[in-house]
Design a protein around this ligand. Structure first.
Ligand SMILES: [Zn+2]
Length: 474
């Protein structure tokens, strides 16, 4: 059976898969700078006979690895980037490898490796059983800054894919049909004129005034937009010193909402407010569009397929040693944060889980119709091909997102368990899609129905280049 071959390959290569994940964990490179991680994963998959396209969509660290030919085409995604400031050793108390350095605080070392291992396992079974079709593994940079997949989708790299699988480390084994917020990320550069702020303020034009007026305008707008929208901003540059009227100021906005068209509506209003700020402060301004993304289009067919495979494989259980590690780490998580985290997760039975360390169940879909506040560029893929991003338990309950606790667990056996389980779920689900045309057709029919005739229009301008130097800016 193809599935047994794939699972057998993962079991035999367990140590090697973990080694790759741990290497990526050590590299811990920020978005668009994942040179070593990209090379690690792309070279590894190349040794298994995949054809490599490197540096795709204008990003040196993005790649596509393909094996096989013809239909169906199954995509698997793997993310590469780490987060700033969450460097941490694989120990249950806060102890950075390098203070303030990046770390895998979102577990993307596991994300990238589970996808790669799953894709190789699918290929191993396809080769041995001479199954028709193509498997593609996508090395996706800069998820945290919502860049990688948005540019890859815009440049057509997911065209012709029949369905796409993705795994994200989590504290639950779950493949839900919830969604995420669509978003725009944009900077406003305001220009004025310096003057002595006491001596001749009448000759000055304050760029900071424009930033403040814009913020005020947006805060008045808030009352009249849909409740579920989220608009947040930071003033990046507000001037030098009080006795000089600032000639330059800069503010950075995120606009989020459950549907892409709602983001566009609110964003258009924000642009008008920036024009208004110019009128009031007599400044001029430039808009720097950084990136945008869609809301996730869920797929019940894919959710059921993945959950079915999770149950068949069986979710990992934890050893005494891992329980001891978790107990120690639990001391760093205030009970109130754990409670609120569990409440927010809305997982079934959360009220009784306050004293529990792990959730080892495989959960039925409990997020149907719900929209998470965050945003992900996986969503953009979901508008061009049926897509699911499922979670496996790589962390203990109550682990805060983007934290040193995530980094720690992503580099030791608790994370490794979730990694191997996820690789198996990707392999078996991919093989189901390759070998069960009825299942794939149902998934695609559902996707068409949810699209309801809407066509994906890239949220980023056609000529926008990936912000390769964004992380080096002031
Ligand atoms: Zn993530």
């Amino acid at each position: 059976m193809p599935k047994e071959i794939a699972l057998g390959w993962i079991d035999e290569n367990e140590k090697h898969i973990i080694k790759i994940s741990d290497k990526a964990w050590k590299y811990a490179e920020l978005g668009l700078l994942e040179y070593k991680t990209s090379e690690l994963l792309s070279k590894e998959i190349e040794t298994h006979g995949f054809q490599l396209e490197r540096g795709v969509a204008g990003m040196p660290t993005a790649f596509v690895a393909s094996w096989g030919s013809g239909k169906p085409v199954i995509g698997v995604m793997g993310e590469l980037d780490a987060l700033a400031g969450v460097s941490q050793k694989a120990v249950p108390y806060k102890d950075p490898v390098v203070e303030g350095a990046p770390g895998h605080g979102c577990g993307h070392n596991i994300h990238g490796t589970s996808g790669m291992a799953g894709a190789i396992a699918i290929k191993t079974a396809m080769e041995e059983k001479r199954l028709p079709g193509t498997v593609k593994f996508y090395g996706c940079p800069a998820e945290e800054t919502l860049v990688g997949k948005v540019f890859m989708v815009r440049d057509g790299l997911f065209d012709g894919v029949d369905a796409c699988l993705s795994h994200h480390p989590s504290s639950a084994n779950t493949a839900g049909t919830g969604s995420s917020n669509a978003m725009n990320s944009v900077k406003f550069h305001f220009y004025g004129k310096t003057a002595h702020a006491a001596g001749d303020p009448e000759n000055g034009i304050s760029a900071l005034d424009a930033v403040e007026l814009m913020s005020n305008g947006v805060n008045f707008m808030r009352e009249h937009i849909i409740e579920k929208a989220r608009v947040h901003y930071v003033t990046e540059v507000g001037g030098g010193q009080p006795n000089v009227v600032p000639a330059y100021a800069r503010t950075w906005f995120y606009v989020r909402a459950p549907e892409r068209e709602q983001v566009e509506y609110i964003y258009d209003w924000v642009l008008q407010i920036a024009d208004g700020a110019d009128k009031m402060a007599r400044t001029t301004h430039e808009v720097e569009f950084l990136t945008g993304c869609y809301n996730e289009l869920p797929n019940k067919g894919l959710s059921e397929l993945v959950v079915g495979n999770m149950r068949e494989i069986g979710a990992p259980v934890h050893t005494e040693e891992e329980i001891e590690f978790a107990k120690k780490m639990n001391e760093s998580i205030p009970p109130v944060s754990k409670k609120e985290g569990l409440r927010k997760s809305e997982r079934p039975g959360w009220e009784k889980m306050l004293d529990q360390l792990f959730d080892e169940r495989v959960l039925d879909d409990y997020r149907a119709g719900k929209v998470g506040a965050g945003s992900t560029d996986v969503s953009d893929v979901s508008w061009v091909t049926p897509t699911i991003e499922f979670g496996t338990a790589c962390y203990m309950l109550g682990t805060p997102g983007h934290s040193w606790q995530v980094t720690a667990q992503s580099g030791m056996s608790i994370g490794h368990k979730g990694l191997l389980f996820a690789s198996k779920v990707i392999a078996t689900s991919g093989l189901d899609l390759l070998t069960k045309p009825d299942r794939l057709k149902a998934v695609r029919d559902e996707w068409e129905e949810r699209l309801a005739g809407r066509v994906y229009k890239p949220p980023i301008p056609a000529d926008l280049a990936p912000p390769l130097d964004q992380l080096k800016k002031d």
